[in-house]
Design a protein around this ligand. Structure first.
Ligand SMILES: NC(=O)C1=CN([C@@H]2O[C@H](COP(=O)(O)OP(=O)(O)OC[C@H]3O[C@@H](n4cnc5c(N)ncnc54)[C@H](O)[C@@H]3O)[C@@H](O)[C@H]2O)C=CC1
Ligand SMILES: O=C(O)[C@H]1O[C@H](OP(=O)(O)OP(=O)(O)OC[C@H]2O[C@@H](n3ccc(=O)[nH]c3=O)[C@H](O)[C@@H]2O)[C@H](O)[C@@H](O)[C@@H]1O
Length: 429
């Protein structure tokens, strides 16, 4: 593999993982970020996101000199053969992806890029962005390549180093080969396509995952009405290799920093192209319904009214294994309960430093969340919740009621302590 001089712009989940992993593969990487404090911490070897293995890779990169950090985007990109844009593309007005950061960086660096440099969108960007950035750059010698990232939070390093595929969307074979070559030591399947299709692969994949989950959550509701058990149903479904075992766990609806914003952006792209995408639209609508269903179950268990009731929440992040609260279903459900007058106390192992979030008072352990509660709701399946002493939980609660939105627990465990358990799509037999 040829070692390349790479600039990574944006040191978040994607940028820091990409920079550290590419340095590990032998490239010379300069990472930059507007957040000066983050850069200062990274220079001290401090990684402030919860990603197994990332701290070690950052330390290794610093020790070999293959990974450097700067606050100055311009310094990072000058002399780079490849510039990877790992900038935020949050949900903007009407659900569109907001390309403000991406466009402003491209405007800033256009005159500084080395001759023949390649600019790569690793951020999730809508169809047509590569072409648009090409025009903004106004440089005949600089190609723009789409190379979407598919890593999951909490598994960022593992996913980056073992990708199911590397997608490279380019109009020019030279640029395509250069970008694909960065990953060649990984031995991954490489999909070389045009930039528009590459941009679509990313949204199509997240849209498919969101639709799969909404379907499973719809099935969970059907199980509740018919006496079925969604865990048994999905166990049977996942043995079919065409369906595949992952993304079949019913829960409190999907969330996180990407599925909600990417489904919204894909629907906007469809609107602009006058295409309906009815399945995806229904999947998004169903997700709001499934979040509301969790809140309704709690209200139901509290006798139809939660005004003044004390509700304990177990888990606040959008899934276990991450400290990320962006678009967390747990917080959406908390807001629904707060709107109905509930007083909320929540515990999450990753939120110990917070005093409050989304109307939830944060406490230091699960038993404090359960104290004097009229109901307890398990919203994020952190492993430690499976180890709780349910007799102790029952003892401190005002009413021993548990809504396990993730189906994390064996219902017999809280049951033995006299706690009434209610899951998602499960019928107790
Ligand atoms: N978080 C994830 O699991 C994945 C995210 N993506 C996509 O990757 C992109 C980045 O996402 P994350 O890494 O999660 O975002 P993030 O919010 O964790 O990190 C973005 C970083 O960019 C920096 N930044 C903002 N403006 C800047 C500028 N003008 N110059 C330099 N740095 C700047 C921020 O300070 C921040 O450190 C988004 O488009 C996202 O949709 C794609 C796959 C996975
Ligand atoms: O574009 C992105 O940023 C990333 O978005 C997701 O990754 P991530 O946001 O880290 O989270 P997931 O693990 O996909 O979970 C998303 C949501 O679905 C929920 N989920 C997931 C799986 C499941 O079986 N059941 C379920 O309810 C999770 O709890 C969470 O709320 C995709 O899985 C990544 O491939 C993609 O790169």
């Amino acid at each position: 593999m040829e070692s390349r001089r790479i600039a990574v712009v944006g040191c978040g989940y994607v940028g820091l993982t990409t920079g550290a992993c590419l340095a590990k593969l032998g490239h010379e990487v300069s990472c930059c970020d507007v957040d000066g404090e983050k850069i200062a911490r990274l220079r001290r070897g401090e990684v402030d996101i919860r990603e197994p293995g990332l701290g070690e890779l950052v330390a290794e990169g610093a020790a070999t000199g293959g990974l450097r950090f700067t606050r100055d985007n311009r310094q990072a990109v000058s002399g780079a053969e490849v510039v990877l844009l790992c900038l935020p593309t949050p949900m903007g007005a009407d659900g569109d992806a907001d390309l403000g950061a991406v466009e402003s960086v491209v405007g800033d660096i256009r005159a500084l890029l080395a001759r023949g440099a390649v600019v790569v969108t690793k951020s999730t960007v809508p169809v047509g962005t590569a072409e648009r950035l090409g025009r903004l750059l106004g440089r005949e010698d600089v190609a723009v390549v789409s190379n979407p990232e598919f890593l999951r939070e909490g598994h960022a390093v593992e996913d980056f180093l073992n990708p199911d595929r590397v997608v490279v969307g380019a109009d020019e074979p030279r640029a395509a080969e250069l970008v694909a070559g960065l990953y060649s030591p990984l031995g991954a399947r490489t999909v070389l396509i045009d930039p528009v299709s590459a941009e679509l692969v990313k949204y199509a994949s997240n849209g498919f995952l969101a639709t799969k989950l909404s379907y499973v959550n719809d099935l969970a509701e059907l199980c509740e009405r018919t006496g079925g058990d969604v865990e048994a149903v999905t166990e049977g479904m996942k043995r079919d290799h065409r369906i595949a075992p992952s993304f079949l766990r019913a829960g409190p609806g999907w969330g996180g920093s990407c599925l909600p914003k990417d489904t919204a952006a894909l629907l906007r792209t469809a609107d602009t192209a006058s295409v309906e995408l009815p399945l995806l639209r229904a999947a998004v609508r169903a997700n709001g319904h499934h979040q509301a269903r969790v809140a309704d179950k709690v209200v139901d268990r509290c006798g139809g009214d939660v005004a003044g009731a004390r509700i304990g929440l177990l888990g606040l992040t959008f899934k276990a294994g991450t400290g990320d609260l962006r678009d967390s279903p747990a917080l959406a459900i908390a807001r629904l309960l707060a709107d109905r007058g509930a007083q909320l106390r929540g515990y999450d192992p990753e939120c110990a430093q917070l005093s409050a979030v989304a109307g939830v008072r944060c406490v230091g352990d699960a038993y404090l969340a359960a104290e004097d509660a009229d109901a307890l709701v398990l919203l994020t399946d952190w492993p430690e919740f499976a180890e709780l002493d349910w007799a102790k939980v029952a003892e401190v609660m005002r009413a021993p009621v548990l809504v396990d939105a993730r189906n994390q627990l064996d219902p017999r465990e809280p049951g033995r302590a006299g706690i009434t358990w209610r899951g998602t799509g499960r019928t107790l037999r």
